[in-house]
Write a protein that binds this ligand. Sequence first.
Ligand code: FES
Ligand code: FES
Length: 155
Amino acid sequence: MTYRFKVNGDDVALEVPGMRRLLDALREDLGLIGTKEGCGEGECGACSVLVDGAVVDSCLVPVCQVDGTSVLTVEGLAPAGELDPLQQAFLERGGAQCGICTPGMLIAARAYLDRGGGPVEDDIREAIAGNLCRCTGYTKIIDAIAHAAGSSTSV
Ligand code: FES
Ligand code: FES
């Protein structure tokens, strides 16, 4: 069966088993390796992408469920090679260390900003609660998201 959906604004058609993980379709079939696999069990958020604007763990979502939807991956944040303000803030504020969690963090943060989220630490913590980071202690990530949300104040 062929599944048709959009990825980062482009139409894609994949002839794959319906239960193929979206994560594998993105990385292996479409070559979008920005999305990372951490746990493979829905626990870490490294594989987060947006499906019709909602954050999902792409390791848990079969391709058949995204038929007809619009998927955004981390590559879609910088379509013309220009960094998303969140990416710029992560760079400037040291929000990325090993980088494994970073694509998922950026996606969760993008969804947060898109729904009008502001530079409030507790709100940001809640928005990234499904995304684990082993390196940063979260402070710099939260600072970066707050900065991108319009604050120049460190949290
Ligand atoms: S790899 Fe999907 S949640 Fe960890
Ligand atoms: S930067 Fe390494 S897991 Fe977050």
